[in-house]
Design a binder for this molecule. Structure first.
Ligand code: UTP
Length: 475
């Protein structure tokens, strides 16, 4: 039975916000569909949608002046004896945090992976070059291996969204959480937000459903609060969080050096960056705007700043953001404790909808606006931050598109090259071609060896790489 009080209240609300069309097909719906629509409407923050329409659709984008910008200090990839000693020191600090069980991992996996065009949560994508293990499994095994190495438990918080929550949960259940203790894998769901047309009206994508998209990876901080994860972290004694995204096959989860630097500096939120070599590369750069650390989106960076070089000929703004962060738990508590809102980013997109006649339309060109929050917009609010440069070939290779630069093919090659360098450093002869691509196929399970030292120990005596090898622990 439909709750008539709720129906009347929400119809009135929709009317007062000019959204009465969402009830257009009401009389055709069965009770279950009516209830679903009412439940969805109840989750929508109508006031926020008005603000978004007024603020983001009407205002022209303020353009940044080069004079407002300055580069930020970074911790470089260590080359000198002093830098190496500092990194070793940081590593000890990070390892202590891990051993004492003070670190949790946050994976954001609520996105829709539209560019990849893969049917299902992106974490189910099979990315192991030989094993064909899924991204979720590759990450899970790293977490398990780190736990074993430091004799610790790393609780793993995985953010999903309504679009993929059920399927993600089933995948983990079907695979027995990939050997992790189910109690230490905590799923939480981010909020959804409606898209709007030029007039600020919602789209129906079914007669009983409003088109909504996940509210961006910035939604993590609110979702952690609203799902009780911050309380759970506190209960477990977690102080530091390692944040990563589902599609980076080279991710060094809970890197102790990074965690150590971040903790030593008493930073609230820190970032890893890679060096941008091509001024036109479409990545956000970390720099300072009016003294505040910020990720400056590619499209916002003035051309003169994009091309500017320092006295050594290097790009002045070279710190490419790779969406890897260390975040203090109490920083998220502090932000979400008060009336704090991350800004929204708006994207003009083609949004499927049901027209007035009830036909399902998939437009070819943009007809509406989607809104998302980005996690890096929390950076300017952090009282301290560390920005650490890492080698791209060792730590960053995301699967974004079906083909081209950040695709399954490049990720697979990057992974095999990484394993090839590990094997080489462990003393085995391997061949790389003129593009620095490994000749042959190679995969090393994190459960076999997490690093070169472990690999060295476990390599069979007189091991020779004959062109294809998968190192995995014996079952
Ligand atoms: P991307 O911005 O690359 O988006 O997300 P995506 O959903 O993976 O792919 P496209 O843009 O639709 O092609 C980077 C990371 O942030 C997560 C994604 O799951 C991915 O790990 N994310 C993104 C969320 O968790 N929630 C969101 O609302 C958006």
């Amino acid at each position: 039975m439909v709750d008539v009080e709720k129906e009347a209240r929400l119809k009135k609300k929709a009317l007062s916000f000019g959204q009465q069309h969402i009830f257009r097909f009401w009389d055709e719906l069965n009770d279950r569909q009516k209830q679903q629509l009412l439940n969805q409407i109840e989750t929508i923050n109508f006031d926020l949608m008005v603000i978004l329409k007024e603020k983001y659709l009407k205002q022209s984008k303020s353009s940044l002046a080069s004079s407002d910008l300055e580069p930020t200090d970074i911790i470089p990839i260590p080359t000198t004896a002093q830098q190496i000693a500092r990194a070793e020191q940081a590593k000890l600090v990070g390892e202590q945090l891990l051993k004492k069980g003070k670190v949790g991992a946050i994976l954001v996996a609520g996105g829709q992976g539209t560019r990849l065009g893969f049917d299902g949560p992106k974490g189910k994508f099979l990315a192991g070059p030989i094993s064909r293990k899924s991204l979720f499994q590759l990450h899970a095994e790293k977490i398990k291996a780190i736990g074993q190495k430091y004799q610790t438990i790393i609780p793993w918080f995985i953010m999903t969204s309504e679009t993929n929550h059920q399927e993600t949960l089933e995948f983990f259940n079907d695979h027995k959480h990939f050997g992790l203790n189910a109690a230490d894998v905590i799923f939480f769901t981010q909020s959804m937000i409606p898209a709007i047309d030029e007039q600020g009206r919602f789209f129906l994508d079914e007669k009983h459903h409003i088109f909504c998209n996940p509210n961006g990876h910035g939604g993590t901080i609110y979702a952690l609060r609203d799902n009780g994860c911050l309380t759970e972290m506190k209960r477990r004694g977690i102080e530091e969080l390692f944040y990563f995204q589902v599609d980076n096959v080279l991710i060094k989860i809970c890197d102790p050096i990074f965690l150590g630097y971040h903790h030593q500096a008493q930073a609230e939120m820190s970032s890893k960056v890679v060096r941008k070599t091509d001024p036109e590369e479409k990545v956000g750069v970390i720099g300072k705007i009016n003294g505040k650390l910020t990720v400056i989106e590619y499209s916002d960076l003035p051309q003169s700043a994009m091309e500017a070089r320092d006295e050594t000929g290097q790009l002045k703004y070279h710190s490419g953001s790779i969406a890897i962060h260390a975040i203090r738990r109490d920083f998220i508590e502090r932000l979400t404790d008060r009336d704090f809102s991350l800004p929204y980013h708006v994207a003009h997109k083609a949004i499927p909808y049901i027209d007035e006649m009830g036909n399902y339309i998939e437009p070819d060109s943009p007809n509406g606006y989607k809104f998302e929050m980005f996690i890096f917009d929390a950076l300017p609010y952090a009282s301290n931050s560390v920005v650490m440069e890492v080698a791209r070939q060792d730590e960053f290779s995301p699967i974004k598109d079906a083909d081209g630069k950040n695709s399954p093919a490049t990720a697979e090659q990057d992974l095999m090259n990484y394993f090839g360098r590990m094997l080489q450093r462990a003393g085995v002869s391997v061949v790389f071609d003129h593009n620095n691509n490994l000749s042959g196929k190679l995969e090393i399970s994190s459960l076999f060896a997490l690093d070169v030292a472990e690999l060295k120990q476990k390599l069979p005596p007189n091991f020779r790489f004959d062109g294809e090898m998968y190192f995995a622990p014996e079952q």
